[in-house]
Ligand binder design. Structure first.
Ligand SMILES: NC(=O)c1ccc[n+]([C@@H]2O[C@H](COP(=O)([O-])OP(=O)(O)OC[C@H]3O[C@@H](n4cnc5c(N)ncnc54)[C@H](OP(=O)(O)O)[C@@H]3O)[C@@H](O)[C@H]2O)c1
Length: 305
């Protein structure tokens, strides 16, 4: 299949590109960083240089592909507007061809809010303030389905594996200072997923052509952050954990602090049942040594870094 992938050089997008290419698909990867084009090409991605904000530069490439996968994300105050404009442009491109198309939109589990019992795709949304805008974007993508166009929303847990993502917040200070601060001591659990397993879920969505709908992508574990940090400390050869009161963390991190303090359980039974998706990684703690080594050497691996 021909796949148009935004954010092809990003943390999630590069893993999705790798898995699609390994499975024999052609990937046209959008990047707004021209210097990334060469390394994307080296990784087997056909680079399309363009900006989410200016679809005129890339929409015709998207329109020509069987699947359109949105993994790009622009940080900053314009993030919601840029993301909405990108979804609208992708929907328009997908509808412009009178042919079967799949649009995959990447959301995240933070739209679900906290819960100590597993939430599924039918659970009511209680988004954290940092992603208050996200549910309407999910709806835009889902409501855009019709005729020959199907749309899927993927809600990954916090992604681990390789270099990138939120776990950098643990691993970087641990490697450089031998110390990690954990909000309110880290008794909370994040819903998480390994990068390679997440990429496999995208591959299955694209290859198995699901009905329109939402798919959670989490590994089923519920490991307190404190225990994860201790396992990484051991893998790194020692260090210390320091509690960080939430109010103090908010001064430094703003609304991200509430997201890091989230205590959440999320079920991915739907993806297991309907896509035959079985995550290979189901514990960070048990794989901490491998993950730490992987993180240290990951500079050699990403597409388009
Ligand atoms: N990482 C996680 O743990 C996680 C968990 C759940 C959900 N998510 C969601 O998944 C999505 C991707 O996350 P990520 O961690 O892969 O982010 P990322 O590593 O920052 O990748 C995003 C990519 O978007 C591209 N981009 C940014 N602004 C652009 C623009 N104006 N035009 C075109 N491309 C642009 C950038 O690539 P170029 O510089 O090459 O253009 C960047 O590498 C986000 O929506 C995020 O909220 C992430």
């Amino acid at each position: 299949m021909n796949v148009f992938l935004t954010g092809a050089g990003g943390y999630i997008g590069s893993a999705v590109a790798r898995s699609l290419i390994e499975a024999g698909h052609s990937v046209l990867g959008l990047t707004h960083t021209a210097r990334r084009a060469g390394s994307l090409a080296d990784a087997g991605v056909q680079p399309i240089i363009g900006n989410l904000k200016d679809p005129s530069g890339w929409a015709r490439h998207a329109a020509a592909c069987d699947a359109l996968v949105h993994c790009a994300f622009e940080m900053g105050p314009d993030a919601p507007a840029t993301d909405r404009a990108a979804i609208e442009a992708l929907l328009k491109a997908a509808r412009s061809a009178d042919a079967a198309r799949l649009l995959v939109y990447t959301s995240g589990v933070w739209v679900l809010g906290s819960s100590r019992t597993p939430l599924d795709e039918s659970s009511p949304l209680r988004p954290l303030p940092i992603v208050a805008w996200r549910p309407s974007h999910e709806k835009l993508a889902l409501d855009g389905a019709g005729g020959k166009l199907r749309t899927a929303v993927v809600r990954p847990g916090c992604v681990y594996g390789g270099k990138g993502g939120l776990f950098e917040l643990l691993l970087k200070p641990l490697a450089s200072q031998g110390a990690v601060r954990l909000i309110d001591g880290g008794a909370n659990c994040w819903a998480v997923v390994h990068l390679d397993d997440l990429a496999e879920l995208y591959l299955r969505l694209i290859e198995h052509g699901p009905e329109t709908g939402v798919f959670h992508a989490t590994d089923g574990s519920a490991e307190p952050l404190r225990d994860i940090a201790e396992a990484f400390l051991e893998a790194a050869g020692g260090g210390s954990l320091q509690p960080w009161p939430l109010d103090e963390a908010k001064v430094t991190l703003g609304p991200l602090a509430d997201a890091l303090a989230l205590d959440q359980r999320v079920s991915s039974e739907k993806a297991r049942r309907t896509l035959g998706w079985t995550p290979k990684y189901t514990s960070i703690i048990e794989n901490a040594d491998e993950l730490f080594e992987d993180w240290k050497r990951a500079g050699a691996r990403p597409v388009g870094s």
